[in-house]
Design a protein around this ligand. Structure first.
Ligand SMILES: [Zn+2]
Length: 266
């Protein structure tokens, strides 16, 4: 039974930014047997579970970090307001920062609960890069990658269990959100949407590529990170190509404000 839940967790885990490329180039199936309400319900379950586990997920308190939160939420809102996010008014799009400098990651649950680690914010150099990563995460939720993959794998009963609040199932979903290898086609789609979202803003639309370039140059990444996040040159190239293909002209947000926000986290 545990194995089954583990599979559920892995399939549902939507957020991790870079992938293990074991899947084919085929586009991820659009078919989804789940109602939107299930994405929302499942996201709430996972978010409650995360809130109940401050040891693994030490949430940076919003009250004492208002400037940082309003800055990061501002980036999120810019993306949501592009008119390109289908479930902008349906999903929650709640944003939490996890106070963990060692983890260079971000993830999103179904239904749009976004989590960003302080480690990622500190690692990046520009607002465009963070916007690129956030666009990628928002795309995973908005494109409903987790429930689409569950549909494809025929694991309908198991997801229902988690949606109905089976704590064991939800726990496995939460664990799956970290250290996940998501399917290549979903990752490619999320990268593409990130470019498309940012193309409608003043950000550099290939912001996500900057993250991958940085990761590639990082020699001393912890083995656990490298095992789940191999950086592919194709991916960097594809993001840049997509930005050119769409004729994106964003000048970028620059360094000044981003450095100031990073300093607030010190
Ligand atoms: Zn991803």
């Amino acid at each position: 039974m545990r194995g089954k839940y583990l599979i559920l967790g892995i399939i549902l885990a939507v957020g991790v930014i870079i992938i293990g490329c074991e899947a084919t180039k085929k586009a991820v199936s659009e078919v989804n047997a789940f109602p939107i309400a299930d994405d929302i319900k499942l996201g709430k379950q996972v978010s409650d579970q995360i809130a109940a586990d401050p040891k693994q997920f030490p949430i940076l308190p919003e009250a004492s970090n208002q400037q940082v939160y309003s800055y990061v939420k501002g980036i999120r809102d810019k993306i949501l307001n592009t008119g390109k996010v289908k479930y902008k008014n349906t999903f929650k799009w709640e944003l939490k920062i996890i106070d963990d400098d060692k983890t260079l990651n971000a993830f999103v649950t179904p239904g749009g609960y976004i989590y960003i680690y302080t480690g990622l914010i500190k690692f990046l150099d520009t607002e465009d890069q963070l916007a690129g990563v956030m666009g990628h995460e928002i795309a995973h939720a908005d494109r409903r990658h987790s429930t689409r993959q569950m549909t494809k794998s025929g694991a309908l009963g198991m997801l229902s269990k988690a949606v109905l609040g089976d704590q064991n199932a939800v726990g496995q979903v939460v664990n799956g959100l970290i250290g996940l290898k998501f399917s290549r086609s979903s990752e490619e789609e999320a990268d593409k949407y990130s470019v498309s979202y940012l193309c409608s803003t003043n950000y550099k639309a290939d912001g996500a590529a900057g993250f991958f370039v940085k990761m590639k140059g990082k020699g001393g990444a912890p083995p656990k990170f490298l095992s789940t996040h191999p950086v592919s040159t194709d991916r960097i190239k594809d993001i840049k190509l997509e930005s050119r293909r769409l004729g994106c002209k964003g000048a970028g947000a620059g360094f000044g404000t981003y450095d100031r926000i990073k300093n607030l986290l010190k």
